[in-house]
Design a protein around this ligand. Structure first.
Ligand SMILES: *Cc1c(COP(=O)(O)O)cnc(C)c1O
Length: 221
């Protein structure tokens, strides 16, 4: 009997492969980030045993409590921070995460830049874009993206390699994914983190290099 998480993970992998096949992409060009927020090691472990190594967490404190022990056991785990980051947590975020997907403002860029220099550790950064310009949502506005990306690279010397977005829940995500791709192309950024449990296939069709899937793997939170 295969456990539920392993079964779900296999289904998502199949979904990714089919979406790639439909759009003429090679499955190796899409990285599955398993979003394990709120789930404990007993649900994470089956995913690790099935070979999953990229994980997403949205809170620094929670990740700090959960991951060091698992990392000791599986040293090739790669952690992505996908939630809003307070500048006063930059130090812990730089120490723990391999990719920071929620870079969205100057004060945070400055804090991350200082910490990276201090720790000599340089997690890859993705700029979060508020593609739907939703007032309650984090991310730079699309029209401010080019300037912010430029500042991140030249002023703060951050290793910015791509973009992340979370489209509005009640809209067709495809135009948002397209917009993210356009901003990435004109800024010569290669990584696109977009697509979650309900829309990762659409995101792959629009060029996602990273999909962040939680519920479809670990179940309801
Ligand atoms: C929780 C979360 C996800 C995963 O969402 P699911 O719908 O559970 O797949 C992806 N991205 C971000 C930024 C999240 O906070």
């Amino acid at each position: 009997m295969m456990d539920e998480v392993t079964e779900n993970l296999n289904e998502v992998r199949t979904g990714i492969n089919s979406a790639c096949a439909r759009t003429g992409r090679s499955p190796e060009t899409v990285c599955l980030v398993a979003v394990s927020k709120t789930h404990g090691p007993e649900r994470i472990r089956p995913a690790l045993l099935a070979g999953q190594r990229f994980f997403g967490e949205n809170r620094v404190q929670e990740a700090k409590a959960k991951w060091p022990a698992l990392k000791a056991e599986f040293p090739d785990i790669r952690l992505h921070l996908i939630g809003p980051l307070q500048s006063n947590k930059a130090k812990e975020a730089v120490a723990l995460f391999d990719v920071i997907e929620s870079l969205d403002r100057a004060s945070l860029a400055e804090a991350l830049s200082k910490e990276m220099a201090r720790q000599n550790r340089h997690p890859v950064c993705l700029v979060q874009v508020n593609s739907g310009a939703e007032p309650q949502k984090a991310g730079v506005l699309p029209e401010a993206a080019d300037g912010f990306i430029e500042n991140c690279k030249t002023l703060w010397r951050l290793p910015v390699a791509g973009l992340m977005c979370i489209p509005p829940v009640d809209e067709d995500p495809a135009p948002h994914f397209k917009l993210l791709g356009q901003i990435a192309r004109r800024n010569k950024l290669s990584l696109l983190s977009m697509g979650m449990s309900h829309d990762y296939e659409t995101a792959i069709a629009q060029g996602a290099t990273h999909v962040r899937v939680g519920t479809a793997i670990f179940g309801k939170r």
